[in-house]
Design a protein around this ligand. Structure first.
Ligand code: F6P
Length: 343
């Protein structure tokens, strides 16, 4: 078979690990030919493809980013885009496509699968917001990066009796915030799933500082929103998938805390640091398992499915299920974080 891959959407550590596994299993165990489309769906639209081999990925297991590049191109937003994709796949003699991406990339894959394109998905995103899989690769690395940052901010907060606000990524789900907040011993965690009342946050900080603890860490998910009518937040431009560009709520929260409590407050916006560098060992293993399983799904002709992690096992779910609804933070996990609010 001639198998093509693409990596779409926000990049994350582990992408090269997936492609390394796909290529090794395809070439060495199935005698497949493997090629890669550059920059996600743009490469398919423009038939921008490169040969891949086992040697291509030597030394890339621990390396972040993606050798193919990525983009947020959406063929369904391009006149004739779907036809161009199908034509490119046909003209290049592609027997199967492995799409490695998040809700947007796999949303396109799902719609193309319904139109007869032979595609299998691999769940990628630091946000961990894809349904059907307990974890996406990239998430563990992002949580580890955020946790290390929180650990470091504790010591400087304690040196200066400060409130440190840390804004983390995650788009419209608070998984990174909750996991890194619990792991990092945060005083408070704000997530999109639970609109926050800034007065409650400030009251908790006052209680903590009155008890003699003069340093606090408030973790804020970039998609967190204040309860109606409490704080004004600006809306920004949107991308090709209609996602508003997030970022900045951390600064707003820090300003409000400072104004309302008088506590010396600083903000750290981790941003794309959470998307860079080497994948954790866990993500390297998960990405490798996903890549091997993706090629097995290809050879089983399981078109329109996504490999997924459930109960520690690698299974297949439909792309329809994976992209149908955003996977949000389990309220029971947020309740665990709440046990430690303003402790
Ligand atoms: O989806 C991954 C993600 O990192 C989100 O957490 C974040 O909001 C978004 O991508 C940032 O997108 P970009 O890299 O296009 O600025």
């Amino acid at each position: 078979m001639k198998v093509a891959m693409l990596t779409g959407g926000g990049d994350c550590p582990g992408l090269n690990a997936v492609m390394r596994a796909v290529t090794r299993k395809a070439v060495r165990h199935h005698g497949d030919e493997v090629v890669g489309f550059r920059d996600g769906w743009r490469g398919v639209l423009e038939a921008d493809v490169m040969d891949l081999s086992v040697d291509t990925f030597r030394g890339t297991l621990p390396r972040g980013g993606t050798v193919l590049g990525s983009s947020r191109t959406n063929p369904f937003k391009v006149d004739g885009g779907v036809e161009a994709c199908k034509e490119a796949l046909g003209d290049l003699g592609i027997d199967a496509l492995v799409a490695i991406g998040g809700e947007d990339t796999l949303g396109v894959a799902h719609k193309l699968a319904e139109l007869g394109v032979r595609v299998v998905g691999v769940p990628k995103t630091i946000d961990n917001d894809l349904s059907g899989t307990e974890l996406t690769f990239g998430f563990d690395t992002a949580v580890s990066i955020a946790t290390e940052a929180i650990d470091r901010l504790h010591t400087t907060a304690e040196s200066h009796d400060r409130v440190m606000v840390v804004e983390v990524m995650g788009r419209h789900a608070g998984h990174i915030a909750v996991w890194s907040g619990i792991a990092g011993g945060a005083t408070y965690v704000l997530i999109p799933e639970v609109p926050f009342d800034i007065d409650e946050v400030c009251d908790a900080l006052r209680r903590r500082h009155a008890a003699g603890r003069y340093a606090s860490i408030v973790v804020v998910s970039e998609g967190a929103t204040p309860t109606e009518g409490t704080i004004q937040v600006a809306a920004d431009e949107v991308d090709e998938f209609g996602h508003v560009r997030l970022g900045g709520i951390g600064s707003t929260v820090a300003d409000e805390i400072k104004q309302r409590t008088g506590f010396d407050t600083r903000v750290t916006i981790l941003g794309h640091v959470q998307r860079g560098g080497t994948p954790t060992a866990y993500d390297r293993v998960l990405a490798t398992r996903f890549g091997v399983a993706a090629i097995e799904a290809v050879h089983d002709e399981a078109w329109g499915t996504m490999v997924a992690l459930q109960g520690g096992e690698i299974v297949r779910v439909s792309l329809a299920e994976a992209v149908g609804t955003l996977k949000l933070v389990d309220p029971s996990l947020y309740e665990v974080a709440q046990v430690f609010f303003a402790g």
